[in-house]
Design a protein around this ligand. Structure first.
Ligand SMILES: [Zn+2]
Length: 381
């Protein structure tokens, strides 16, 4: 399970729905820093606190789920008091955890999931429980003060990471709310970084992006990136000794090569339909798992890039986009010959990946989610 998949609890990734007016005015990122210098006594206190928070949150999740209460309202006071009495915690803490439980339930319900199980010992701490300031004395960078009110009262010294400093250097500001967690015997703090959401661009190109193991990311505006990364990753998969961290760093470098300045709308494949990596050369199960993990990672990072650049991101059904000719509106299995696309009907020729990328953008131009809906409305096969 990739560590980055736990961005529920109110810090969901960027959404790609068309309801731009409902988007919050700030965009957020999370930066995780492991606290390796905290002494064992403090670490134990915080770990026990997080363990209890997990139990209390699960208790509230069970209650809300049983009541089928998926509203956005705050938990009622009677419910908060029930949790307070049962676990012997403060009202303030019970309130905060009930709020998190409601968010978790609401997100799970909206996504059609079953009742959430709180497996992670991670809690969001609002400014009632924590303050953050530069570390006095210079040995560390930040001091996270837990200030009581139901949380322990102690100070956690933090060394800033390159990731955190990078974000701060790019104009992100640290929010008052932090997340605190315990993972595999290590305590970590997640800083929440915020920035004003840029307005969506009104000028620029409508661009499609296709990705695959052979050629990496291929954009319909002519940009390509990541082909070397994909090649390296395919080597990992064969040997099965890759690390997700290494793959992330390779893909991250590839993403940095993209020039976003002329792009207004980006169309990518909807993960629901990504099956094409199945025809790769390594074991099928591993291939599928890795492909989905990589696709998820890339899609999340692309969504972040678009959010920061004011680019609208659209997900499209890639069904038959590799065999479709947008010039004559016909598709044929034979149109695709390895890396080449040549239309059997009109003779249009292109690189196969560019053709697929162009077709994703074409779908947006045609106001369609996939070729199937386009077929029924515009084209007759
Ligand atoms: Zn054609």
């Amino acid at each position: 399970m990739p560590e980055d998949s736990n961005n529920h609890q109110g810090f969901a990734g960027p959404s790609t729905t068309k309801k731009a007016h409902t988007k919050p005015p700030v965009i957020r990122r999370v930066s995780r820093v492991f606290l390796n210098d905290v002494n064992a006594g403090k670490a134990t206190i915080v770990r026990d606190f997080l363990h209890q928070c997990r139990d209390v949150t699960q208790y509230f999740v069970d209650l809300f789920w049983q009541r089928q209460d998926f509203s956005a309202d705050l938990a009622d006071l009677a419910t908060v008091h029930r949790g307070r009495e049962r676990f012997g915690i403060t009202t303030r803490l019970a309130q905060a955890l009930a709020k998190q439980a409601k968010e978790v339930c609401r997100a799970a319900h909206a996504n059609g999931h079953r009742k959430p199980r709180m497996r992670r010992w991670t809690s969001t701490l609002y400014s009632h429980f924590v303050t953050l300031e530069p570390f006095a004395g210079g040995h560390f960078d930040w001091a996270v003060h837990l200030t009581g009110s139901g949380a322990p009262r102690l100070t956690l010294p933090v060394h800033a990471t390159r990731h955190l400093n990078g974000l701060l250097g790019q104009g992100w500001a640290i929010a008052k709310t932090i997340r605190l967690g315990w993972h595999k015997g290590r305590l970590f703090v997640e800083f929440v970084l915020e920035k004003a959401r840029p307005a969506l661009k009104t000028t620029g190109a409508l661009v499609g992006m296709d990705s695959n193991y052979k050629h990496g990311l291929v954009f319909s505006d002519g940009q390509t990136t990541g082909d070397a990364a994909y090649e390296t990753i395919q080597g990992f998969a064969k040997r099965q000794n890759h690390t997700h961290a290494h793959i992330k760093s390779l893909l991250g470098q590839a993403l940095k090569q993209i020039d976003w300045s002329a792009i207004r709308v980006l169309c990518i494949e909807d993960l629901k339909h990504v099956k094409k990596f199945l025809r790769g050369t390594f074991p099928r199960r591993l291939n599928r798992r890795l492909s989905h993990w990589m696709y998820n990672f890339l899609a999340e990072k692309l969504a972040y890039c678009c959010e920061e650049q004011g680019i609208r991101l659209e997900r499209k059904n890639p069904w038959k986009t590799s065999q479709f000719c947008r010039f004559c509106g016909k598709w044929d299995r034979r149109n695709r010959r390895g890396d080449q696309f040549v239309c059997y009907s009109c003779g249009h020729a292109d690189h196969a990946d560019y053709n697929a990328a162009h077709n994703l953008a074409f779908l947006e131009l045609a106001g369609a989610y996939g070729l199937r809906s386009l077929q029924s409305s515009t084209f007759v096969q």
